[in-house]
Design a protein around this ligand. Structure first.
Ligand SMILES: *Cc1c(COP(=O)(O)O)cnc(C)c1O
Length: 408
């Protein structure tokens, strides 16, 4: 196995032998594409005409005034087509799939956001598309299932295990083994076997490249801290990559769920509950029990409740380059409301984790500091969760009426 796939002790490619040649071929094709400057130009060209790149950098003037300390900037990944940074990755992998002559893509999805992004890319690039989704997740995320099907994807319910994301990953890997000649597996975050962590963070590095240039143009100096939420780690690695070699503090914010001492969270790096293991094709920190069985995770944000985390992030934590924190569901809802009211920005509940941690630290910062927050996606998708949490009576009546009109 190529040491290039390791970051310290983390990473690697723990895959069935039948996948070796496919993974090797993918790593080789990716290396070639990366050395071919026309590939990146084509990537930027598509994102600028089909999505919204470069996404703007917004000065949060009202939040800045509210806290009265640092100047706060927000990188607007919410303005991407399909509503989040996820499109960057799927467009990159779609281009690579085309370059490799593949005619079909498959993907796993938990909350459905990566499934919708992949189905969108497949429609645009004329690729056949199959999405694996836990049966339980399909019930919880019906609107996304509806859109994936409208986009022409086949959504396959996974009934194994807990019928959620980790089971969908296993099923997607099984499909890949059978159909690797013509199929590319579009992994949704900077996890999985080598070369996925490297490849996904490479495509997402467009966020950090733009953000660094934009903030230098606006302020003529670097931010003191950059905040990003961490599920698998792709949006965080994307924005952090722009500042990795700078004297800038990088803060990754995980899902603290109901609190780190309750066991009901998804914090692999900021809590003491994570431990090193191998699963889903790579070595990293996981939330697992003594026997290596994956534990149940919880977060108000469906995109952050994954049991593993990017091997790159585990390594950067060990090196002390990134600080990891966790925000609880309740703190996140408060940060969400403040951001909506003050700035008219509607963050995804995932992204609101980054805002929440920044809000905790802002009172202790100074006028000389600049803070940059990655707004990884928009919160429209979270209307059901937010309205439930805020216990809005008119919303409840609306849902009951709707259900009633279907004779439920
Ligand atoms: C999926 C998602 C995330 C989590 O994924 P990462 O790979 O950790 O970036 C974060 N924010 C939004 C809006 C998402 O849709």
């Amino acid at each position: 196995m190529d040491r290039a796939g390791y970051y310290g002790q983390f990473g690697g490619a723990f895959i069935p032998e039948t996948l070796f040649s496919t993974i090797e071929e993918l790593a080789r094709q990716f290396r070639e594409a990366r050395e071919d400057s026309s590939f990146w130009r084509q990537y930027e060209e598509i994102l600028s005409t089909y999505s919204c790149r470069p996404t703007p950098l917004t000065f949060a003037q009202n939040l800045t005034r509210h806290f009265g300390t640092s100047r706060i900037y927000v990188k607007r990944e919410d303005l991407n087509h399909t509503g989040a940074h996820k499109l960057n990755n799927v467009i990159g992998q779609g281009l690579l799939a085309k370059r490799m002559g593949k005619t079909r893509v498959i993907a796993e999805t938990g909350a459905g956001q990566h499934g919708v992004a992949t189905a969108t890319m497949a429609a645009r690039f004329g690729l056949r598309c199959t999405i694996y989704m836990g049966e339980v997740d399909m019930e919880r995320q019906r609107p996304n299932v509806f859109w994936m099907e409208q986009l022409g994807a086949e959504v396959v319910p996974v009934k194994d295990g807990t019928a959620t994301l980790k089971d969908a990953i296993n099923e997607a890997l099984r499909d890949w083994v059978t159909n690797m000649d013509h199929t590319h597996y579009v992994l949704g975050t900077a996890c999985g076997p080598h070369p996925f962590p490297e490849m996904v963070s490479y495509f997402q590095s467009i966020i950090g490249k733009e953000a660094r240039t934009q903030i230098m143009e606006r302020e003529g100096r670097l931010p003191s801290r950059v905040y990003a939420c961490v599920g698998g780690g792709s949006n965080a690695l994307g924005i952090f990559s722009g500042f990795m070699d700078d004297p800038v503090e990088l803060v990754g914010v995980e899902a603290g769920g109901k609190g780190l001492d309750t066991g009901l969270h998804a914090s692999r790096l900021a809590s003491r509950d994570g431990s090193i293991g191998v699963a889903h094709g790579y070595k990293s920190y996981f939330l697992q029990d003594g026997e290596g069985q994956m534990r149940k995770t919880h977060s108000v944000a469906a995109g952050l409740d994954y049991v593993g985390v990017s091997p790159l992030l585990s390594w950067l934590k060990e090196k002390g380059r990134i600080r990891f924190e966790a925000a609880t569901d309740w703190e996140v809802l408060e940060a969400f409301s403040l951001t909506v009211r003050k700035e008219g920005l509607v963050p995804a509940l995932e992204s609101a984790h980054a805002f929440s941690q920044a809000f905790k630290e802002l009172p202790h910062m100074s006028h000389h500091d600049i803070v940059l927050i990655n707004l990884s996606g928009r919160g429209d998708k979270d209307i059901f969760t937010v309205a439930d949490a805020l216990n809005d009576p008119e919303w409840k009546a609306f849902i009951q009426n709707k259900a009633g009109s279907y004779g439920a």
